[in-house]
Design a protein around this ligand. Sequence first.
Ligand code: FES
Length: 299
Amino acid sequence: DLAGAPQTILKKANLAEGIVEMRIRSPMIAKSARAGQFVRVLPTPRGELIPLTLADWDEKAGTIDLVIQAVGASSIGINAMEVGEAFTGIAGPLGQPSKLHRYEGDQTVVFCAGGLGLPPVYPILRSHLKLGNHATLISGFRTKGALFWTEAGERVDGLQKEFGDRLRVIYATNDGTFGVKGFVTGPLEELLKENAEGKGRKVAEVIAIGPPLMMRAVSDLTKPYGVPTVASLNAIMVDATGMCGACMVPVTIDGKMVRKHACIDGPELDSHIIDWDKFLPRFLQFKEQEKASMAKHGL
Ligand code: FES
């Protein structure tokens, strides 16, 4: 019975161009998963390991949900797999779960999700809401055509219905075709400025997940305000084994520079201690290699 076999794709949906969501049978991972964690997927016996953040899971049904963007040869390969097919292996849950605090009074936890940052944000956002916190989701996309999970009946709407006005949602698109025009940093800056004038719900913490340049911009913005900020560095992992070294992040702790592995110490790291000047060029260099790998595969 293929439908009952672990690692089988049970459902597949196209969310936007090049982005698919898959529901996969994975009872063991669904049982122990916690917000902020990820899995490592081996799509085919000869494929590459791909780290993917858990977008959701259902312990009772024994399923996990993954959102995959076709960026490299292997993720394009995953996206081409169909319902009924099974991955060769899925390991996890991996990484450190999100640290959740209960914030009393007039405070809010702000999530900055850039594009594909929305799926990893979703379980963390839900955990904060379940804990009783107020939350503000600033969800940014390139353009209206790249939007997903934003319609009535979809995930963000589901949270809105469940938690009412404890969740505030602000959409932004770079070209202004949906929500406010600009990047997620625009609405965030407004909230911080309001706070500085003693207005609005106090931003207790910011969680940024998205392209590294966006996370850096968020981090630079919150630093002078002294608002604790976490960046989730899923995007920089390559094999997530702790071996390839691709995910090394230079951070400063007590005046000393140390290196952290995003795949082991993270994916979430305190963004204010990250040495973004050293780290970003390294990351962009890996991006170039990824492009070269796609070109090699004729993609
Ligand atoms: Fe390879 Fe972390 S992704 S060591």
